[in-house]
Write a protein that binds this ligand. Structure first.
Ligand SMILES: *Cc1c(COP(=O)(O)O)cnc(C)c1O
Length: 406
């Protein structure tokens, strides 16, 4: 599946230039400077073209959009460059990408080591679906790399990480875990949605697969759901076959919206980080706030790792207050600029309260030791706060006013 002209995967020196130029050459026919949307589901072909996913290769022309599409292909090529990967495959959502990865790389008899806290739906998928398919799952606190080593078995196939982790903002030392896993012949996948390639490029640290929910920072405008896997050509071939067979592909229109969003990703991430520092420092001195977690703050327990591993601390933070449920009601009733809503990475600031009881019951299914550790950290719950691109003084004033009665 060739894109129109440029298949150049060499990583340009500058992330800002790559975000705008990589994978999106000028249309040779029309001279259009900006990517076109190719909404066509089918493409006029030669009778000799192969029809099976297994027989497709780089030389196969576009045939049918579930197999490949010029607009989606441009997004894939841009993502591969930004993540320093050989190849990327786009999906209809982050969860479609995660499901394809787990169901493609694991089979009956295999063992998965997964971080005990990960994005809730990924956690539920691993807990509820994989054991029925004969895949054993062990959950570990991967912020301590030795926990990963202790969980490895002869049949372990994959270590699944997320850093910073949703919602705790705990970090994992990707390089250290890769060293342990690769020493045992085990592949490593990293959900890098919170960090984005601007903050962290797991493939450069040796990881085998990167997962991105494009719905979040990479689109950045809260108007398109999408996901992607990035990694080596051989593995991505298997995962593209999975996308073709399971069908969870991206719409070309969403690919176009996300291409439009990703062009400004590096400058947006710089502004998200700047705003997050301002809001985090405000919350740290608020008399009713008991804890703020932001990897950029020296108070983050893994701040040293954050400084070593991340080029940008992103716009995600969490905070806690004594009476979380009451503060949640106040925020939902009184915020005027910030939206009380799920999702993250949008230009608009979003916050919501994540009740510990709900997450432990529905999503995580941890051992009693791990539950204790989660409770010790999160208490009754945490506010997840996705700092947007508004003026930080306006965000702080909105919070100050909403929390005043607390
Ligand atoms: C949102 C999210 C996902 C899932 O992505 P969707 O696009 O909503 O399917 C996966 N991982 C993380 C860390 C996320 O924030």
């Amino acid at each position: 599946m060739k894109a129109s002209r440029s298949d150049d995967k060499s990583r340009p020196a500058s992330m800002r230039t790559a975000a705008i130029h990589a994978g999106t050459p000028t249309n040779a026919l029309t001279g259009a400077s900006i990517p076109d949307i190719a909404m066509s589901t089918t493409f006029v072909i030669d009778p000799s073209v192969a029809f099976s996913a297994d027989e497709m290769n780089d030389e196969t022309p576009f045939v049918y959009t579930r197999w490949g599409n010029p607009t989606i292909r441009q997004l894939e090529q841009k993502l591969a460059v930004l993540e320093s990967g050989e190849e990327a495959v786009a999906f209809g959502s982050g969860m479609a990408a995660i499901a394809a990865l787990l169901l493609s790389e694991l089979k009956a008899g295999d063992h998965l080591v997964m971080s005990d806290v990960v994005y809730a739906a990924a956690s539920e998928l691993a807990n509820q679906k994989l054991p029925g398919l004969g895949v054993e799952v062990t959950r570990v606190d991967a912020s301590e790399p030795e926990n990963v080593r202790a969980a490895l078995r002869p049949n372990t196939r994959l270590v699944y990480l997320e850093t910073p982790v949703n919602p705790l903002l705990r970090l994992t030392d990707v390089e250290a875990v890769v060293k342990i896993a690769h020493g045992a012949g085990v592949a490593v996948a990293v959900d890098s949605t919170f960090a984005t390639p601007v903050g962290l490029r797991p493939l450069e640290l040796g990881a085998d697969y990167v997962i991105q929910s494009l719905t979040k920072y990479i689109c950045g405008h809260g108007d398109a759901v999408g996901g992607a896997l990035i990694g080596r050509t051989e593995a991505m071939k298997r995962l593209r076959t999975m996308a073709i067979h399971m069908g969870g592909i991206m719409s070309p229109f969403n690919a176009w919206l996300i291409l439009r969003g990703v062009a400004t990703l590096p400058i947006r991430m710089a502004a998200h980080e700047e705003n997050a520092f301002a809001v985090a420092r405000y919350l740290e001195q608020h008399p009713k706030v008991t804890r703020v977690m932001y990897p950029g703050l020296p108070s983050h327990p893994q701040h040293e790792l954050a400084e070593r591993q991340m080029d940008n601390f992103s716009g995600m933070l969490t905070f806690q207050v004594e009476d979380g449920p009451r503060a949640a009601q106040l925020l939902s009733d009184r915020l005027e600029i910030i939206h009380y809503a799920v999702s993250l990475g949008h230009n608009r600031t979003l916050t919501c309260y994540l009740l510990t009881d709900d997450l432990l019951r529905s999503s995580f299914h941890l051992t009693s030791e791990q539950e204790k550790a989660y409770r010790a950290f999160a208490g009754k719950g945490v506010f997840r706060f996705s700092v947007g691109l508004e003026d930080p003084a306006d965000l702080i004033a909105d919070l100050e006013n909403a929390l005043a009665p607390l």
